[in-house]
Write a protein that binds this ligand. Structure first.
Ligand code: G
Ligand code: MN
Length: 364
């Protein structure tokens, strides 16, 4: 089984870190967040078994956070901790947040420990892992790769395709639920191995002059052997490393991407947007390609600051010899604005949706 994870949410960082330190010897990992939105972002990155949230937080109250988590991540067992254990609070936490336990502040480390143990026991007796495994195997057997062209609109050329994993299994057709399940079942490497083998197969029918962009799960950086099937075609492959996933130790990430480069692979930083640590990644990893996130690209026709950021990125990347790809281009207006801003390589529904490889483009 994978290591279990507990997320402590408290706007007072020292409270959270004090508990985290006290639980350092526990047989599970303890992570912390200081706002509701930070907690939600963390949940999007991978499964959390138990979340313990403070109620009284300025940005998003605990009850609201718990209700959102209940809706989006129902497998995360929820505990509320509050210094104001009024009946109203309790009713809201139970009815809206579906909480498992209610802890009163100040709460001793022993109380917290016991509560987390109970919550973890409930978490493991949740959805039946045997069923989940069968469902996952079904998805694994029906995997296929969609391809979406990456184009230079100025000369109407397809210069690459991004390969996107899909499956024919119900609820698992898209990569994010598929990888969530793989993480829960500790099968990420199995899934990734299958995908990379498929990439090697599909590459044989790709037009000879195009490059292939392949999304890597962050954990694959630590298991580069999985890329073996692609060694022979490494110069055609650009490995996309998402900026959304914490790359952990940057020095380590640099060494790992360096090793992949030495094998001939290109490196792209994917989903580069606003509000993450992406620029640091760009500066340190010096990727061959930067892919601007949809949220940034969408903004260029409406917002001066988005447009300014994109044109600054295009200039900096040009200076550093990094190619820029704008993702999520959906309209002609957006295409033209991006060209004005110096983004000459684009990808998005305007040109083609991800589809069976390797389709053409409508140059409207
Ligand atoms: O995280 P990554 O950049 O790899 O995600 C690419 C995803 O974006 C794919 O699932 C693809 O279907 C989707 N996508 C590609 N082009 C567009 C677009 O123009 N608009 C929107 N909304 N999504 C797109
Ligand atoms: Mn991508």
């Amino acid at each position: 089984m994978r290591t279990r994870r507990v997320l402590l949410v408290d706007d007072e960082r020292y409270v959270a870190t004090a508990f985290q330190r006290a639980l350092a010897d526990a047989p599970y990992d303890v992570e912390i967040a200081t706002t509701g939105s930070e907690a939600l972002r963390r949940l999007e990155q991978g499964p959390i078994d138990v979340m313990v949230s403070d109620e009284n937080m300025p940005e998003m109250r605990g009850a609201e956070l718990l209700s959102r988590v209940r809706e989006r991540f129902p497998n995360t067992v929820r505990v509320m901790m509050t210094g104001d254990p009024s009946l109203d609070n309790a009713v809201r936490a139970i009815n809206v947040g579906g909480v498992f336990r209610f802890l009163r502040k100040p709460c001793s480390i022993d109380e917290l420990r016991a509560c987390i143990d109970d919550a973890l026991a409930v978490a493991s007796s949740g959805p039946d892992d045997a069923d989940a495994l069968e469902h996952f195997q079904g998805a694994l057997e029906s995997l296929w790769l969609a391809a979406q062209p990456i184009v230079r609109p100025k000369d109407q050329r397809i210069i690459a395709y991004e390969l996107l994993v899909r499956s024919r299994s119900e609820h698992l057709s898209q990569p994010s639920p598929l990888f969530d399940l793989a993480e829960r079942l500790d099968r990420v490497a199995v899934l990734e191995a299958r995908i990379l083998k498929l990439v090697a197969e599909v590459s044989r029918s790709a037009p000879p002059e195009v490059q292939l962009f392949v999304n890597l799960h962050p954990s694959t950086l630590a298991s580069p052997d999985l890329l073996e099937p692609l060694h022979a075609i490494a110069p055609r492959i650009i490995l996309e490393i998402t900026e959304r996933a914490a790359l952990g130790d940057l020095a380590e990430a640099e060494a790992r991407t360096g090793a992949l480069r030495a094998l001939g692979f290109g490196i792209a930083v994917d989903d580069l947007g606003i509000g993450h640590s992406g620029l640091t990644h760009v500066a340190n990893l010096r990727p061959d390609v930067v892919k601007l996130d949809i949220s940034l690209v969408r903004g260029v026709t409406q917002s001066k600051s988005h447009a300014g950021l994109v044109s600054a990125m295009a200039r900096v990347c040009d200076d550093l010899d990094i190619a820029v790809v704008a993702e999520g281009v959906e309209t002609a207006e957006c295409r033209d604005k991006l060209l004005d801003l110096g983004c000459f390589v684009q990808q998005g529904y305007l040109y083609a949706r991800p589809a069976q490889p390797f389709g053409g483009v409508s140059w409207s």
